[in-house]
Write a protein that binds this ligand. Structure first.
Ligand SMILES: Cc1cc2nc3c(=O)[nH]c(=O)nc-3n(C[C@H](O)[C@H](O)[C@H](O)COP(=O)(O)OP(=O)(O)OC[C@H]3O[C@@H](n4cnc5c(N)ncnc54)[C@H](O)[C@@H]3O)c2cc1C
Length: 461
């Protein structure tokens, strides 16, 4: 009897070239569209490639909807203000997080955000490839020359002068040989979750209860007049303990967050968790989604039976993607540290100021560290992977340690690094320089012209 092979050798094949462009942006979550828009506005030819049939990633498909911090400027703020103009986002607010206050950007309507992101890309001249998965880099002599995609047409090559990896996991840079770490020093990653939403919530009743029960809703913002955008409620600790003790149902979180994002009767629930699952393993991802479905049903029961206003509520949407908080940190020419982001260290090559919260979900337990810190700066070198040329990273996978990632993984920094990578790629293309040696002053000038601050010392909050 012959034993089954553990590997299969694929035959070499010819791959048709579909497009030849200046800049490829791989992945279109928070970071990707900002990168694509920034580059295209500089007049270079840009293709944005997304595996799903919608833009926005975690922000929209993942139902996240809300940056954990104020957007200080740039294309990210422009996007939010345009969403507000069409009634697809609320106004910023200040939430009480128990240990102090934090300014938060009010949520957007994830469905309208998909349309608006696509519109802004189209206006800038970005070509979007939906439902196309970037599966391999094209690398010659350590220089990225483009990417291979898998799509309905089959396998196709896209040639480019610069590739920006906005896949959140650093798929492109890592497969090209850029060094990376995964999670913390011990290799532990923040847990995965899955958003869902419930409809037919009696919002006035819920808001009234949340306002009057600070012992249960320990961190909150309850808008006096705009509940459809203005409820952010975290806590429920002792209620969850009681529910688990009474029902024998096991949940994974000590506290949970509910928020409204447009619908007048709709609440978005960030209340699930699986520890120890790797967002880089298809088996882990699949097992986690099965477990999260169990938790979503249990959570919905918890809300209906225990939280005033939820009596008639039902599940009316579940994220179509696993919510992954942490995987690869691609190592760049600088590795941002926890100390840098908590002390607001100044960098000459800063490309953005970020105001987001420190948000670290315990890698082993059920706690969440959600804290406010002063503004900090992100240096350009965190976007430039070591060893491989002509690739930049932006979004969740930039170069940092586990603690710094607790701030940079939030939407504001993902968008800001996307914008900076887009401008840097355009400057590199136009000046014929490699991205590692791009004139950072020119990139900073473009960033400042958008209204995005780069010096944290000058930012008042
Ligand atoms: C449950 C949860 C709650 C969160 N809550 C908040 C919050 O309240 N506030 C906040 O600011 N942040 C929050 N975050 C963090 C934040 O949402 C993300 O870190 C951020 O949106 C990541 O942006 P990104 O663009 O790097 O990645 P993503 O949003 O993940 O986008 C990556 C995109 O690339 C695509 N892609 C991936 N691989 C490929 C490929 N090979 N080919 C083609 N396309 C590809 C994906 O489909 C996706 O659209 C939360 C995260 C989670 C998981």
């Amino acid at each position: 009897m012959t034993s089954k092979p553990s590997v299969i050798v694929e035959p070499a094949r010819e791959v048709p070239v579909l497009l030849d462009v200046d800049v490829v942006v791989a992945g279109a979550g928070s970071a990707g569209p900002m990168a694509a828009i920034a580059a295209a506005r500089q007049g270079v030819k840009v293709v944005l490639i997304e595996r799903f049939g919608a833009l926005g990633g975690n922000l929209t498909v993942g139902m996240n909807s809300k940056p954990s911090g104020l957007l200080p400027g740039g294309i990210p703020l422009e996007f939010w203000e345009r969403a507000q103009e069409i009634g697809a986002a609320g106004s910023r607010y200040v939430a009480d997080i128990g240990k102090g206050n934090i300014g938060l950007t009010a949520p957007c309507d994830p469905e309208m955000a998909k349309i608006l992101l696509a519109r802004m890309c189209a206006e800038a001249g970005v070509q979007i490839l939906f439902e196309a998965m970037v599966v391999a880099p094209i690398v010659e002599d350590n220089q990225m020359k483009g990417v291979i995609i898998e799509c309905k047409d089959g396998r196709r090559a896209i040639l480019a002068k610069v590739v920006i990896d906005c896949t959140a996991d650093g798929d492109v840079a890592a497969s090209a040989g850029a060094p990376f770490i995964v999670g913390s020093e011990e290799g532990a990653m923040q847990p995965v979750s899955m958003y869902f939403k419930m409809n037919e919530v009696d919002m006035d009743r819920f808001a009234e209860w949340a306002r009057n029960h600070p012992e249960d809703v320990t961190e909150r913002y309850i808008s006096p007049d705009r509940p459809e955008y203005g409820i952010w409620a975290t806590g429920f600790e002792r209620m969850l303990k009681k529910f688990q003790a009474e029902t024998g149902i096991k949940l994974q979180r000590e506290n949970i967050t509910l928020k409204t994002a447009y619908g007048k009767t709709e609440v978005f629930c960030n209340s699930t968790r699986v520890i120890g699952a790797s967002g880089l393993s298809v088996l882990d991802i699949s097992n986690a989604i099965m477990e999260l479905y169990r938790q979503i049903e249990a959570n919905a029961r918890f809300f209906k039976e225990n939280v005033p206003g939820f009596e008639n509520a039902y599940i009316n949407g579940i994220s179509s993607m696993l919510g992954v908080r942490e995987t690869r940190h691609i190592l760049g020419d600088y590795i941002l540290t926890g100390e840098d982001v908590t002390t607001g260290r100044h960098f000459e090559d800063s490309i953005a100021v970020d105001l987001a919260a420190m948000d670290i979900h315990d890698v082993k337990g059920s706690l969440v560290r959600f804290e406010s810190y002063p503004p900090y700066e992100i240096p350009y070198r965190c976007l430039v992977p070591q060893k491989i040329d002509q690739v930049l990273v932006a979004g969740r996978c930039i170069s940092n340690d586990h603690v710094a990632h607790g701030r940079t993984r939030n939407i504001p920094a993902c968008m800001a690094t996307g914008q900076a990578a887009g401008f840097a790629a355009a400057v590199a293309v136009k000046t014929g320089r490699v991205v590692r040696e791009v004139d950072v002053n020119s990139v900073q000038e473009l960033i400042l012209a958008t209204g995005m601050p780069i010096d944290a010392r000058q930012v008042e909050i």
